[in-house]
Design a protein around this ligand. Structure first.
Ligand SMILES: C=C(O[C@@H]1C=C(C(=O)O)C=C[C@H]1O)C(=O)O
Length: 106
């Protein structure tokens, strides 16, 4: 395959992977929405630092095993978890607009 065809094929493969990443993020977001309902029913806080620590440590190890930079992987996960907390906080705020919650998004 010549270089131009290789470039085009690589870009198509990247586009497909990026689409899959978005689909997975959308799936995670749907599950976080369900989880927010369960947490609210159980009176649990949005932020669970020990779970985040456990997840971060596991994610770093998995990233390294795949040849990825652990610090970059951790930043990526932190961004995803931050969005997840914001979504949960918005859910709680919609259900209880006059309350403030101890489990904040930050
Ligand atoms: C999803 C949860 O809520 C928060 C967000 C997390 C995440 O997005 O992975 C992890 C822990 C919590 O701080 C949870 O409690 O499991």
């Amino acid at each position: 395959m010549d270089a131009a065809a290789g470039l085009s094929r690589s870009r198509k493969a990247i586009d497909e992977i990026d689409r899959e990443i978005l689909q997975l993020l959308a799936r995670r977001t749907e599950i976080v929405s369900d989880l927010a309902v369960y947490k609210q029913a159980l009176g649990l806080p949005v932020r669970v630092p020990e779970r985040e620590l456990e997840k971060t440590s596991g994610f770093r190890q998995q990233a390294a095993a795949l040849g990825l930079d652990r610090d970059w992987a951790e930043q990526f996960l932190r961004m995803i978890m931050g969005a997840s907390r914001q979504l949960q906080s918005r859910h709680l705020l919609r259900c209880h607009p006059h309350n403030s919650f101890k489990g904040s998004a930050r």
